[in-house]
Design a protein around this ligand. Structure first.
Ligand code: GLY
Length: 598
């Protein structure tokens, strides 16, 4: 598509879609993203001059104009207030952003057991103030005894054993990953950065209402595999206001603090937890633990309207899919009015095309040749953009409206007073993972095996239909959507640290916060509160949060040929943005997360 055609299409979409839609006008060309934010003398929030006030549909449950947390020096934003507090504690003791991120990782394993973990894995993107960048893959691996069809029954039908119970887990990578990050880029000892986590586990902490709700909603799963004694004592979920102590986890953490990764992957603790798991029918062995290694990778680097992105390469699909989507969108001179049918059409169509590639072509690069250069190429994106009709849906191929809510995983962002930044996303997959609580060592095991294509061509828990490239093989990493991302401004200075939870919706929620800041010039708080749109190719429908679009916009989309699905949240983002004089931190209003800055 040539540029005048692109411009004309962009204007057509903007013009065509205003009626009945919230319309903060996009402003382009400004280079002062991240400039001042202030509190007026009466404490009210005064957004930066370059920010455009957002308008959301009247029925939308989150309001525009939230006040962010401001820190003149540093910021930690996570889904768990005690996680953020642990990071800030380490920063104030003189640690850098990597020290703090590792502290948060271990702290949320204690204080946010639904997704924080030592029994799962994750990804970390690092941008240091001296210009060094790194990406760490500590994704789980399929056990050596895993087989391609291990989750099919005798009739060839997919069972739920990739989601629940002792066979659902990949070999955990969290302890190996966090310790590797600290060893390479940290400044403190493991014992120092683990002080908050060990304190939370040993002395306990007061359960807040969000955590109590989480225990209540997931009580059946927690009770199924030995978690009751800790989280449902006397048969009832721990209530808000009670103290939660985790002595078994405290012993494991103390051992890790003293002996490093070997305490988790070798020796008595490892023997105990793997034999406990195998006693329940699991297949992870000591040989699996001995073979586990995190991998340092080159971040995916891309540009969007002059800004630079550093994000996560495969084995996560996140960085490539975000890059491909943004490359498609960059060809529009401006994006359609926010919240309009054109906005949903253009963003949805870009995601749809990027997810078709994601679902077929991306996988663990140790097993499959992954065409990263082609998928992140701007000329390739232009060819995809040319297939987007002006106001017409493109069918992916089959229709399947069964999309499951993904409410798992957790992301945290850290910036220190030197400007070092770390974006980390970590997961057990489902909330509380496979449900299997290893009582001897005090942690939940993941159900990450479901991120493989357990039956290529058939939907997984997230409704994702993935191909052969992501089929199960022993020792392979299952494809992820986790997208820890760092955005630099046009001068190359740190601008945003961002990432999300939400299965495939990690990709859409992370990239939409970026688009809301860069294209729609929203404040970071509005960018996070704003309604989101998701398309993952199959099911072939646009997916929105309830009340995220007006009835008129929904009608327009149906008239354009879209299936329109409504459901629960799309992502939980934790982001930090540089502003004049410091950093703003914002946790998603959909979560009970909390940024802490100073
Ligand atoms: N378990 C979700 C993901 O890695 O994408």
């Amino acid at each position: 598509m040539n540029s005048s055609r692109t411009l004309a299409l962009g204007m057509l979409l903007v013009g065509a879609c205003h009626s009945g839609s919230p319309v903060p006008t996009p402003v382009h060309g400004a280079t002062d993203v991240g400039t001042p934010t202030a509190l007026a003398t009466d404490g009210s929030y005064v957004p930066a001059a370059d920010r455009v006030g957002a308008v959301f549909p009247a029925a939308w449950r989150h309001k525009a104009g939230r006040v962010p947390v401001f820190g003149a020096h540093a910021m930690v934003a996570s889904d768990a207030p005690l996680g953020s507090a642990a990071g800030v504690e380490i920063l104030k003791r003189g640690g850098n952003a990597v020290d703090a991120a590792v502290a948060v990782g271990f702290a949320i394993a204690v204080a946010y057991p639904e997704a924080g973990n030592i029994g799962g894995g994750g990804y970390m993107v690092i941008h240091l103030a001296d210009g060094r960048v790194a990406a760490l893959d500590y994704r789980e691996m399929a056990p050596l005894a895993a087989t391609r069809d291990m989750y099919l029954d005798a009739n060839g039908n997919l069972t739920d054993r990739s989601v629940v119970g002792p066979t659902a887990s990949g070999v955990p990578g969290a302890v190996a990953g966090l310790t590797a990050a600290l060893a390479k880029y940290g400044t403190m000892s493991l014992a120092e950065v683990m002080i908050p986590a060990i304190r939370y586990a040993e002395d306990g902490f007061i359960v807040d209402s969000a955590l109590a709700n989480s225990f209540r909603s997931n009580a059946k799963l927690i009770a199924e595999f030995r978690g009751s004694a800790v989280f449902l004592p006397n048969g009832a979920p721990l209530a808000a206001g009670t103290r939660l102590k985790q002595p078994a986890l405290a012993r494991t953490l103390r051992a890790i603090a003293a002996r490093g990764r070997s305490a988790f992957y070798e020796g008595a603790i490892a023997e105990a937890w793997t034999s406990e798991l195998r006693g329940a029918g699991g297949i992870i062995t000591m040989a699996d633990l001995a073979a586990y290694q995190p991998v340092w990778r080159e971040p995916v680097r891309s540009t969007y309207r002059g800004y630079s992105l550093l994000t996560m390469p495969p084995s996560s699909s996140g960085g490539v899919t975000i890059t491909e989507t943004l490359n498609i969108l960059e060809g529009y001179a401006s994006l359609p009015a926010y919240g309009s049918a054109g906005w949903a059409h253009v963003l949805g169509s870009a995601y749809q095309r990027a997810f078709v590639d994601r679902n077929e072509k991306l996988a663990d690069p140790a097993f499959v040749k992954v065409p990263i250069a082609q998928l992140t190429d701007k000329a390739y994106a232009a060819r995809l953009r040319a297939t987007i009709g002006s106001m017409r849906a493109t069918p992916t191929s089959t229709l399947n409206t069964a999309i499951r809510d993904g409410m798992e995983t957790t992301h945290y962002s850290v910036v220190d007073d030197k400007g070092n930044a770390v974006a980390t996303t970590t997961t057990l997959n489902n909330l509380y993972g496979s449900g299997v609580y290893v009582a001897s060592a005090g942690f939940f095991l993941n159900d990450e095996m479901d991120d493989f294509a357990a039956q290529p061509g058939k939907p997984n828990m997230f409704g994702l239909v993935q191909g052969e490239a992501n089929a199960i093989q022993p020792g392979k990493r299952m494809l992820s959507a986790m997208s820890p991302t760092i955005v630099l401004d046009r001068e190359g200075a740190l601008l945003l640290v961002v990432g999300s939870r939400g299965g495939p919706r990690i990709i859409t929620s992370t990239s939409e916060v970026i688009l809301n800041v860069l294209d729609y010039r929203m404040t970071l708080a509005d960018a996070m509160s704003a309604p989101r749109v998701h398309h993952q190719a199959l099911p072939d429908s646009l997916y929105f949060e309830r009340d995220a679009i007006t009835p008129a916009v929904a009608d327009s989309l149906r008239a354009m040929g879209y299936g329109v699905a409504m459901g629960r949240g799309i992502g939980l983002v934790n982001a930090i943005m540089r502003v004049r004089g410091g950093f703003e931190g914002v946790s998603d209003p959909r979560s009970a997360g909390k940024p802490i800055g100073y």
